[in-house]
Design a protein around this ligand. Structure first.
Ligand code: SF4
Length: 354
């Protein structure tokens, strides 16, 4: 069966199909990706009210693409106390955040308690707040640093109140590319193993892919297929988030940066390849608000959320130092002809705006 027939019949696509999708006419690709998103979500666009919290930028690892880590170009080291973290959470709660998204660098000077006690403290004070915390890269780092198994770390996350895991640290699964861009960090099979274990505990997570640096199209398709295989087994991924590579203040030499066309193609191809992951998120912090909105015409159905303050992507040049207001999402989604849906972290619909 040729590719167009497969798309017409909504057949599962293989590796070669994925590569060929990049050669397909841009608007034909958009048509099929939009059809696939409309089948699931109609004209709804999801977003949430969340707050990002990055408790430390001191890192043992040396990813070439990273501008956040203090041990590289950024000399302004910081590590928050729990009191400082809680002040941020208090403010977020006051501003109606439903989720705290906590991602740290790999700080070997900090104890396991420093990493974990804050989760318990947040849940004790605000039981309704969803705590999304610890990427698989952090789980791997903490397990190695404290000589614990993944299982022990994941059980501790549950015990201390972590509700779901963010999708960071996946970068690109191809081990050669990985060795070049983030040598020493969690390996792809370990990233997948950690998420599988988490899912088997009845918990949910997201999955990311960092694209637009030195990877090839084939690596992106391979990345998506490895996630699709795991999702077939566990069903534990809520959303796939293609992250556009940010170019400033880092050590990764990239010759050609992606334009809007290839970014939109990648969202569309993600929607078509990942037939078993319900949500494709165009994270506005790495793609800009306008492109994240346009991505909704190319298969995405989610724009992430207000985020409050973001330190990781903005250190590398993204326009996300300050978050957005809920009204910003409502306005841009309505004027683009879609229906804004405020969701919680598990994609329960809280409010539909008309
Ligand atoms: S991406 Fe994360 S693990 Fe890598 S250097 Fe930056 S903070 Fe450390």
């Amino acid at each position: 069966m040729n590719l167009i027939d497969k798309l017409e019949n909504q057949e599962r696509l293989n590796f070669d199909d994925g590569v060929k999708l990049y050669e397909l006419d841009f608007f034909i690709l958009a048509k099929y990706a939009k059809k696939a998103r409309e089948k699931r979500w109609g004209n709804r666009v999801f977003f949430n009210s969340n707050r990002h919290l990055n408790p430390t930028n001191v890192c043992k690892d040396v990813c070439k693409f990273c501008a956040f880590s203090a041990s590289r170009k950024n000399k302004n080291q910081y590590s928050y106390t729990h009191e400082e973290m809680m002040r941020i959470v208090d403010e977020a709660y006051k501003n109606a955040a439903q989720e705290i998204h906590i991602v740290s660098a790999h700080n070997a000077n900090m104890s396991l308690e420093w990493y974990f006690d804050i989760f318990k403290a947040i849940k004790a004070k605000y039981p309704s707040l969803h705590v999304k915390a610890l990427t698989a890269a952090e789980v791997n780092f903490l397990a190695r640093e404290h000589k614990l198994s993944y299982d022990e770390i994941l059980n501790k996350m549950i015990e201390y109140g972590v509700d779901s895991m963010p999708g960071g640290g996946a970068e690109i699964f191809d081990e050669k590319v990985r060795e070049y861009i983030c040598n020493g960090k969690v390996k792809s099979n370990e990233w997948l193993e950690i998420h599988e274990l988490w899912h088997k505990k009845g918990r949910f997570s997201n999955a990311t892919m960092l694209f637009g640096h030195v990877e090839k199209i084939e690596h992106r398709i391979d990345h998506m297929l490895q996630l699709r295989d795991l999702q077939d087994k566990t069903g534990g991924f809520n959303a796939f988030i293609p992250l556009v590579y940010q170019r400033e203040n880092n050590y990764l030499k990239v010759e050609k940066f992606l334009g809007a066309k290839e970014i939109l193609q990648t969202y569309a191809i993600s929607r078509l390849m990942l037939d078993n992951i319900l949500h494709i998120k165009a994270y506005w912090a790495t793609s800009t608000m306008n492109l994240a909105m346009l991505a909704q015409e190319f298969g995405a159905d989610d724009m992430d959320g207000t985020i409050g303050k973001e330190s990781i992507q903005s250190a590398a040049g993204a326009d996300s130092k300050r978050g957005k207001e809920l009204q910003d999402f409502i306005d841009i989604i309505i004027t683009s002809g879609f229906a804004p849906v405020l969701r919680d972290s598990m994609y329960n619909e809280l409010k539909i705006f008309n």
